[in-house]
Ligand binder design. Structure first.
Ligand code: 4AD
Ligand code: MG
Length: 464
């Protein structure tokens, strides 16, 4: 018999009641007595289980013995309206086959209610819990929403390289890529590493951002977006940093910083609305179990305009707040999460977009303001997250960009291809990067970024 997914069964239940159906999935629980046994089966297609009713006149104890939490089953039976509470329909089983057992003595998810910390240690199995299946379905829906948003607005999906020879953000937090034997490194006569012997013939690393190549795409196709993995070897063990994360980077020709902010705000709202409309069951589950405020917080972002102000104005607000911050506030500092969250959660009580940052704390490619001190950067700050998006208008003037590159001692020979965008048909253009996991954090209400990516990579941790 053809299998029906549990989500389709529950949605089409009224038409299917009274019919024979076949479902396949994993046992969540089994309970009951010697007359009747109830099996809650889940197949990953929805947070909801289907209840299987096994009449013990039809089945033997031996037959049901391997039906324990985690076992995989194929069940055939009659779909009927449920007499019990908690579900509208259930299956009166006529046949139960076990694909694979899960020894209760050994199966790590035999008991419910494990801590998120414990589940991180068994990341290979945690997708089988309600919490992680909900997070992973929301993550997948958001990825689809992102592609849809850009595709419907004429942006082209550009795949930028993961192995690169340039450091886009200039922070130096890159993972080297080499095929050299680390125990026997070739040296030049003056004692330096001889990269000519390496695979690419020069030093290479995993990319920290696809932006520079994204700009090549935008200045040809008009508007592009990237969506891919990004790698940062910064040693920050926080609930908001991963060594391997996914970033979405739109880049658009002929738009300035204000239009860039409009795009960022519209895009974020679209993604959040999409999740509210398409992941309602999963969001309610997470709200019920972790964060009652979640739905209200998501709605409030949709209903309010993001507050836009300059870095300089933000510093004044922080200085006048009367708050004692762990990192003292003064013009020129890089804002810490505590500062960002004060602005968003206490002062404005809505998302904030900060612009006009000191040029010293931002990357070389940002458009310089006439004041000579600040650049047209923009950071979007979210409640409970802090920075969710970082972006800017780009410096399109060749001479100004060169001057900045020289000031910062960026090796020119690595940048010739990027500078060609400014030498040939240069245009005003802007873009930004959204940290995908930070968006998933916000939408799911989870509090640790390790819990919104299937297999987190963090300092000293790359299991699975
Ligand atoms: O602010 P960032 O460093 O900006 C860029 O990389 C630009 N090239 C983007 C652009 O203009 N095209 O990073 C962008 C976003 C951050 O706002 C944050 O959401 C996320 O990427 N992010 C991280 N997410 C998880 N773990 C990390 N270690 C992250 N570092 C940045
Ligand atoms: Mg940033």
């Amino acid at each position: 018999m053809k299998r029906t997914k549990i989500t389709d069964l529950l949605q089409g239940a009224s038409a299917l009641v009274g019919q024979e159906v076949c479902v396949k999935g994993w046992v969540r629980t089994r309970r009951g007595n010697k007359h009747v046994q109830f099996i809650a089966l889940n197949d990953g297609s929805t947070i909801k289980n289907i209840q299987i009713v096994a009449d013990m006149q039809r089945f033997s104890d031996d037959q049901l013995k391997p039906v324990t939490t985690g076992a995989a089953l194929c069940v055939e039976g009659l779909l009927v309206e449920s007499q019990g509470k908690g579900q509208s329909v259930e299956i009166q089983a006529t046949d139960i086959r076990v694909y694979g057992t899960a020894d209760p003595e050994q199966y790590p998810l035999q008991k419910k209610g494990h801590s998120l910390e414990f589940l991180r240690e068994i990341a290979h199995l945690r997708p089988r819990t309600n919490t992680f299946s909900a997070v992973l379905r929301i993550r997948s829906a958001l990825a689809f929403a992102i592609h849809r948003y850009f595709q419907e607005r004429g942006f082209y999906y550009l795949n930028t390289p993961l192995i690169t020879a340039s450091d886009c953000e200039g922070a130096g937090a890159m993972f080297q890529v080499t095929t050299m034997d680390l125990r026997n490194i070739k040296k030049t006569p003056d004692g330096a590493v001889d990269y000519s012997a390496d695979f690419f013939g020069k030093p290479t690393a995993l990319t920290v951002s696809g932006q520079l190549e994204g700009e090549l795409g935008a200045t040809a196709l008009g508007a592009i977006y990237t969506f891919g993995p990004t790698f940062r070897a910064e040693n920050s063990n926080t609930p908001r940093h991963l060594a391997e994360f996914w970033m979405i980077e739109p880049e658009v020709a002929f738009i300035d910083i204000d239009e860039n902010m409009d795009l960022a705000e519209d895009f974020l709202k679209y993604c959040i609305r999409y999740a509210l409309e398409n992941c309602a069951d999963d969001i309610s589950f997470l709200a019920e179990h972790f964060d009652k405020e979640l739905p209200a917080r998501l709605e409030s972002v949709l209903s309010q305009d993001f507050k836009r102000l300059t870095y300089t104005e933000a510093i004044e607000i922080l200085e006048q707040s009367g708050r004692k911050f762990e990192f003292p506030v003064k013009w020129g500092i890089d804002l810490q999460s505590e500062h960002e969250r004060y602005l968003v959660e206490q002062h404005f009580r809505r998302p904030v977009i900060l612009t006009g940052y000191p040029k010293e704390i931002k990357a070389f490619y940002m458009k310089q303001n006439p004041d000579g001190k600040t650049v047209r950067a923009m950071d979007v700050l979210f409640p409970s997250i802090g920075e969710i998006i970082g972006g800017s208008e780009r410096e399109e003037n060749y001479d100004k960009l060169m001057a900045r590159i020289e000031e910062l001692n960026i090796p020119m020979k690595d940048m010739w291809w990027y500078l060609d965008t400014r030498r040939f048909g240069t245009v005003p253009h802007s873009g930004f990067g959204l940290g995908f996991e930070r968006l998933v954090l916000f939408v799911t209400g989870m509090t640790n970024i390790r819990d919104v990516i299937p297999f987190p990579r963090t300092p000293k941790s790359a299991e699975f």
